[in-house]
Design a protein around this ligand. Structure first.
Ligand SMILES: Nc1nc2c(ncn2[C@@H]2O[C@H](COP(=O)(O)OP(=O)(O)OP(=O)(O)O)[C@@H](O)[C@H]2O)c(=O)[nH]1
Ligand SMILES: [Mg+2]
Length: 354
């Protein structure tokens, strides 16, 4: 399952957004303390295509794909650098697949509103954390070398660490850097924070939605950005659907926070959806773009990948047009694909295997 960590300065509204999106009831705190555990919740990824398939195939179970959201405590700019992430905090943070930076764009008494500088602070904290990981590793390898412990592998790693260090020192995140397979294998064991995909959530007062001057224009182009009125969304969740829709239209909110966040999460991670159907279950699966039929088979079950013969495939749009699997077959809309077929968003796949 995909894991996304909400990260930001204190009082940027992380927990508010977490509650709005996951339907949780985590406490909104008056103070920060890293001793507290992060809030964790899983949400189903709503997909009308799955609902459609479920209506057609009437399975015993319909299984949505899911995203886990983790709401971390606020990063404080007043904390001493390097001590900001306790080791527990850091180890939780390292397990996420992507980071969602929550930036405050609503008034808070006694505090300036400056989303751009909040972004800078978060970026710096992550850079600093990675930098110290690099430094430690470089020092350890150097010490080993001094004791006479040398190897080609160590040399390779030292070179890589220096390359990363140089990059981080120039305030550039590692995610914009290209690494070859060998390098990436080493980097995987460090799980550098600045190598994780990032999305930005601007937490706004609902009044800002109507304004033409969107703060998103001031955000870096390479990051996907979404505006959410956290507190307002939380209030909307209390309403009946019809009333909810009415308020959303009135305030110019074109989609719910949960849908927006799911979309940018998939976008940021480069995920697409394929489906499997049967009498027992109809299921949606998230997979990385450019994945092959073999990788899709492996996702469903390793046995399917091992015994892979062919992938039988059709498009949901074709099923909608032709009405039944038989009609798809008769019209040449049921395809047989090999291992290397690149899975498309909206494919329904059945793996023939032995
Ligand atoms: N006006 C307004 N207030 C908000 C919004 N989102 C959150 N707040 C308020 O801001 C305060 C902080 O919200 P939280 O959700 O606890 O923020 P947080 O980022 O989780 O804070 P820490 O966990 O302490 O770092 C609370 O009083 C919220 O009610 C918003 O969109 N608009
Ligand atoms: Mg919080």
């Amino acid at each position: 399952m995909v894991k996304i960590g909400l990260l930001g300065l204190p009082k940027s509204g992380k927990t508010t957004i977490f509650n709005a999106v996951t339907g949780s009831d985590a406490k909104i705190k008056d103070y920060i303390s890293q001793k507290e555990k992060p809030n964790i919740a899983t949400i189903k990824v709503f997909d009308e295509r799955l609902q459609y398939l479920s209506e057609i195939f009437q399975p015993q179970k319909t299984i949505y794909s899911a995203i886990e959201y983790i709401d971390f405590m606020g990063l404080s700019e007043d904390d001493k650098k390097g001590e900001l992430f306790s080791s527990k905090y850091l180890s939780d943070l390292k397990t996420v697949d992507a980071l969602a930076f929550v930036l405050r764009n609503f008034e808070l008494p006694g505090k300036q509103t400056d989303s751009v500088s909040e972004l800078e602070i978060i970026n710096n904290e992550l850079l600093f954390s990675d930098l110290s990981v690099c430094e430690n590793r470089i020092n350890t390898i150097k010490k080993q070398n001094k004791r006479g412990v040398t190897s080609a592998d160590l040399d390779f790693e030292l070179k890589l660490m220096r390359k990363c260090h140089e990059r981080l020192n120039a305030s550039k995140p590692l995610r914009q850097m290209d690494f070859n397979k060998e390098e990436q294998k080493i980097l995987n064991s460090f799980q550098f924070l600045t190598q994780k995909p990032v999305m930005i959530i601007i937490n706004e007062s609902v009044d800002n939605f109507a304004s033409e001057e969107s703060i998103t224009k001031e955000m870096p182009n390479e990051l996907t950005c979404v505006e959410i009125a956290g507190k307002f969304e939380l209030e909307l969740n209390e309403l009946e659907e019809e009333e909810r829709q009415m308020f959303m239209v009135e305030y110019g909110i074109n989609d719910s926070a949960i849908n927006k966040l799911t979309r940018v999460s998939y976008d940021t991670l480069g995920l697409i959806t394929f489906f499997t159907v049967g009498d027992d279950e109809v299921r949606a699966w998230a997979i990385r773009k450019s994945s092959t039929a073999l990788q899709a088979a492996d996702k469903v079950h390793t046995d399917l990948a091992r015994g892979f013969i062919r992938a039988e495939r059709f498009r949901i749009s074709d099923l909608k047009e032709y009405g039944s699997i038989n009609a798809l077959k008769n019209n040449g809309k049921l395809y047989l694909e090999g291992k290397q077929y690149v899975v498309r968003d909206g494919d329904v796949i059945k793996i023939r295997h032995n």
